[in-house]
Design a protein around this ligand. Structure first.
Ligand code: SF4
Length: 58
């Protein structure tokens, strides 16, 4: 299981960066580098907007 950021819900508060996860990228949009995500889910617990959700691995 990995995670992605729903840009419709994300308010760019950057709270998720506090997890110090190297997979979270702050650019025009916040996004998670799928190849670096280890599925720990810490960012998902931090996000106040519930913008970070699980995605199935293919
Ligand atoms: S914590 Fe949630 S709302 Fe805030 S920047 Fe990260 S994904 Fe977006």
């Amino acid at each position: 299981m990995k995670y992605k950021i729903d840009s419709e819900k994300c308010r760019k508060c950057k709270m998720c960066l506090r997890s110090r996860c190297k997979a979270i990228i702050s650019a025009d949009k916040m996004y998670i580098d799928f190849n670096k995500c280890n599925g720990c889910g810490i960012c998902s617990n931090i996000c106040p907007m519930n913008a970070i959700m699980k995605v199935e691995e293919k």
